[in-house]
Design a binder for this molecule. Structure first.
Ligand SMILES: Cc1cc2nc3c(=O)[nH]c(=O)nc-3n(C[C@H](O)[C@H](O)[C@H](O)COP(=O)(O)OP(=O)(O)OC[C@H]3O[C@@H](n4cnc5c(N)ncnc54)[C@H](O)[C@@H]3O)c2cc1C
Length: 479
């Protein structure tokens, strides 16, 4: 079967990969001239990479890890020490670590929390542990039910001290969703915590050894094209053309640089676009259908990714850091963490600015200046003194609508991969799968879409169908 997939982010590429395994012929149509969507990266005129987002991979990403294994590129992940590292705003320049010992879960995570003396008192730790118990004991159903509360509301209901929020969870919420605990659904944090508590290496972090476009997306494209599929850049979907019965007749691809529009036909059609462009693209007759109406409840959240190159080394830390700054979320010195960006003499900080709603319209200069001011708290030895580090160059990448904004009540709006239209499917990290708006969620969603298509339209003698990991239940939300 020819399957047309709009969007070459991780969801579209994963969908195409698993469709080729199942014997189908995917053709991925990407609007931009770069692969990867939210993991896209570019090389500047000096040959330095800059990215849409600082991306951390977790041990609790089974579908991503399996994909890398199937592509034979799992060695491209550079695993870091099993620890979470936080800046301490009241003690500029100092760090607090949650070192996770190599013992079975959940004792490893519990030990890391108990051993941390900087951030929480014993009473706070015990109260938080008791508050978390229902999520651990009652499992995913309880976690899904908590979508009606913000994470802050949930913590208060569990009697957890407010300092736990300010110390640990503002940083975690910003890192996972680019919004604060008073805005984020409790389901998001509880899902992540559950994974970290249940899997021995779940909270272990890795960085890719180079740019995601080249080191992650390109191998997926090679895999697809070597097996008869196709990935076309500069091929924006302009309109979904319908048959009289409301099914998809064709994708209309916008002709660029004066070229004519192209009518692209296939047996099955997938949208692997993010939710915001999909909503704009929906045919009028579909907008009346409840399934598609619900998409109005989802919207991408703004986020900004900065890259700052300095004249000296600011730190030797080879890890992700939680800044605990009101302006910034996580950051890393990529000259330490990423093989291809390595530099023994100069730092390249990659930093996520979130929440970004008040910053997204500001100039790059304003954003860089505000970030440098924050660096005085993170690296007081190198900023603010007599001999401050010199900024050599910077790149700011703004994404006005990134992953869906995971506020309370969003779970009910996240669609399944199978739609009411017989020949039209959805993939994307916003669709219903349990890994939220993440790379793992994108890869899993694409896999679920490929699986649904293969089940609806099996190809005889397809040798690799068994590589699709079946979800334990029919509801994709539990996959
Ligand atoms: C700053 C930042 C940091 C992040 N950090 C992490 C992290 O540390 N760990 C993690 O797991 N996740 C992280 N994420 C989230 C992760 O990147 C996303 O969840 C994931 O990449 C989404 O993939 P997707 O394929 O669902 O969507 P997208 O990547 O949005 O892909 C959609 C694709 O559709 C294309 N498209 C849109 N319109 C059209 C059209 N008309 N025609 C054709 N194509 C179209 C787009 O160009 C894009 O390529 C981060 C994201 C950002 C922005």
């Amino acid at each position: 079967m020819r399957v047309a997939i709009a969007g070459a982010g991780l969801a579209g590429l994963s969908c195409a990969k698993y469709l080729t395994d199942a014997g189908h012929t995917p053709i991925v149509l990407e609007s931009r001239d770069v692969l990867g969507g939210l993991v896209a990266a570019w090389k500047d005129s000096d040959g330095d990479w800059y990215e849409t987002g600082l991306h951390a991979f977790f041990g609790a990403y089974p579908n991503m890890l399996q994909l890398l294994k199937e592509l034979g590129i799992e060695d491209r992940l550079q695993w870091k020490q099993h620890t979470l590292i936080f800046n301490q705003p009241d003690k500029p320049g100092t760090l607090s670590r949650f070192d996770v010992p190599d013992i079975p879960s959940p004792f490893n995570v519990i030990a890391s929390i108990l051993r941390n003396k900087d951030m929480l008192t014993w009473e706070q730790k015990i109260r938080f542990a008791i508050g978390l118990l229902p999520a651990v004991v009652r499992g995913q159903k309880y976690v899904e039910d908590m979508d009606k509360y913000s994470f802050l509301e949930w913590l208060k209901r569990q009697g957890v001290d407010e300092r736990v929020t300010s110390d640990v969870f503002i940083a975690a919420c910003k890192a996972l969703t680019f919004i604060n605990p008073d805005e984020v659904s409790a389901t998001i944090l509880l899902t992540a915590l559950n994974r970290f508590l249940q899997e021995r290496y779940g909270s272990k972090i890795a960085f890719l050894d180079g740019s995601p476009t080249e080191r992650l997306c390109s191998p997926i494209v090679d895999y697809i094209t070597e097996r008869g599929g196709e990935v076309r850049l500069n091929a924006p979907l302009k309109e979904i053309l319908l048959n009289a019965d409301g099914t998809v007749k064709a994708y209309l691809i916008r002709g660029l640089n004066g070229a004519e529009d192209e009518i692209f036909t296939a047996d099955v059609y997938v949208s692997a676009m993010s939710v915001d462009p999909l909503k704009i693209m929906l045919p009028n007759s579909w907008k009346q259908i409840e399934f598609f109406k619900k998409l109005e409840g989802l919207e991408g959240v703004p986020v900004i990714n900065l890259h700052l190159w300095f004249d000296r080394k600011l730190t030797e830390i080879d890890h992700l850091l939680f800044s605990r700054s009101p302006l910034l979320s996580v950051y890393a010195d990529m000259s330490n963490t990423c093989r291809e960006y390595a530099n023994p003499n100069r730092s390249m900080l990659e930093l996520v600015l979130a929440p970004a709603k008040d910053w997204i319209a500001k100039s790059d200069e304003e954003i860089v200046a505000a970030t440098i001011a924050e660096l005085e708290k993170l690296f007081p030895d190198h900023f603010g003194g007599d001999n401050p580090a010199t900024l050599l160059k910077s790149h700011v990448v703004k994404t006005p609508r990134s992953v869906y904004k995971a506020t309370p009540g969003r779970q009910q709006y996240r669609p399944a991969q199978v739609t009411p239209i017989a020949n039209f499917y959805l993939a994307g990290s916003y669709t219903m799968q349990r890994y939220l708006g993440s790379m793992e969620g994108a890869v899993l969603s694409g896999k679920l879409t490929a699986q649904a298509i293969s089940e609806a339209l099996p190809v005889a003698n397809s040798s690799n169908l068994q590589t699709l990991t079946r979800p334990p239940a029919t509801n994709a939300a539990t996959a």
